[in-house]
Design a protein. Structure first.
Length: 90
């Protein structure tokens, strides 16, 4: 279980591109979702089972962004992953 409370769904495939962006494909619905660089960091954090704070730390160390803004971005990404059925409570 991830410390964020979420884990990636088994039916979701992730591919990362050289530019830092990525794509999630839901094999059940055949829908795909393009991820920006921040969302890729959040998704990788879920895959690695990181805590919310650790994911925020990855973002603040990779980008010049305030902790509060990074935390809000992570929270929104996690909510979107859950609401779209890409991640589930673990």
């Amino acid at each position: 279980m991830s410390a964020t409370g979420l884990v990636p769904q088994e039916h979701v495939v992730f591919t990362e591109f050289d530019a830092g962006e990525g794509v999630l494909v839901d094999l059940n619905t055949k829908k795909y979702f393009q991820l920006n660089e921040t969302a890729v960091v959040v998704w990788r954090g879920l895959e690695d089972g990181l805590s919310f704070e650790d994911i925020v730390g990855r973002i603040t160390s990779a980008y010049e962004v305030e902790d509060a803004r990074a935390a809000e971005s992570v929270r929104r990404a996690l909510e979107n992953f859950r609401d779209l059925g890409l991640a589930r409570e673990g």
